[in-house]
Design a protein around this ligand. Structure first.
Ligand SMILES: N[C@@H](CCC(=O)N[C@@H](CS)C(=O)NCC(=O)O)C(=O)O
Length: 195
């Protein structure tokens, strides 16, 4: 399997989850400015949507979208799945919130040319969404004692928040410290040139 990633992008969540799962994979770095791979190929030929993450199975099939890829990993390595009878759906609920409400809210902070007031409004929205998810943390991870793929996705958005000067509510600081302390996270960050 190949994971197409860009350093520190949302694909870091999938990278951490794959490291945790013990599944065999290799990394292919994508330059998100040129949409090219390191060997010069166009990333659009792999994912016509042009964004990471994407994984390529050994039979050549491509799977895109964080929610789908993280769910695929958790299905294959259930230790990363939320517990309980409705765990899979609770996890999808969190992944959808992280993707649609938190991740997407960062767009004005990443987009060149956003005005200061657009950036301030985005930061306010992010603070609101983070306080909503912070209120649901069972501790230290989202679902309690065990990390799930949703924690890794949230962790990446928390790195972005801190980088953009957004203070984290205490439950998210604790969650972030716990995720960061996992050996697989160190491996993934080092492989992406971030630690
Ligand atoms: N809907 C996608 C969005 C992925 C996404 O926003 N990827 C960003 C990095 S965090 C990206 O590759 N942006 C570059 C581009 O869109 O060209 C998902 O959830 O996987």
């Amino acid at each position: 399997m190949i994971l197409y990633y860009s350093p520190g992008a949302c694909s870091l969540a999938d990278h951490i989850a794959l490291e945790e799962s013990g599944m065999k994979f290799t990394l292919a770095k994508v330059d998100l400015k040129t949409h090219k791979l390191e060997d010069g190929r166009s990333f659009y030929d792999i994912n016509p949507k042009g964004y990471v993450p994407a994984i390529q199975f050994d039979d050549g099939q491509i799977l895109t979208e964080n929610i789908a890829i993280l769910s695929f990993i958790a299905d294959n390595y259930p230790a990363l799945m939320a517990p309980g009878q409705n765990g899979r759906y609770r996890q999808l609920e969190k992944l959808s919130f992280i993707s649609g409400e938190i991740h997407k809210a960062f767009a004005p902070l990443f987009k060149p040319g956003s005005t200061e007031s657009e950036k301030a409004a985005a930061a306010d929205k992010i603070r609101k969404r983070l306080s909503e998810i912070a209120a649901q943390v069972k501790g230290p991870y989202l679902f309690g004692e065990h990390a799930t793929v949703a924690d890794f996705y949230l962790f990446v958005t928390l790195l972005w928040a801190v980088k953009n000067g957004i203070d984290l509510p205490q439950p998210l600081k604790t969650l972030s410290e716990h995720v960061r302390a996992r050996p697989t996270v160190d491996v993934a960050l080092k492989q992406e040139g971030l630690a």
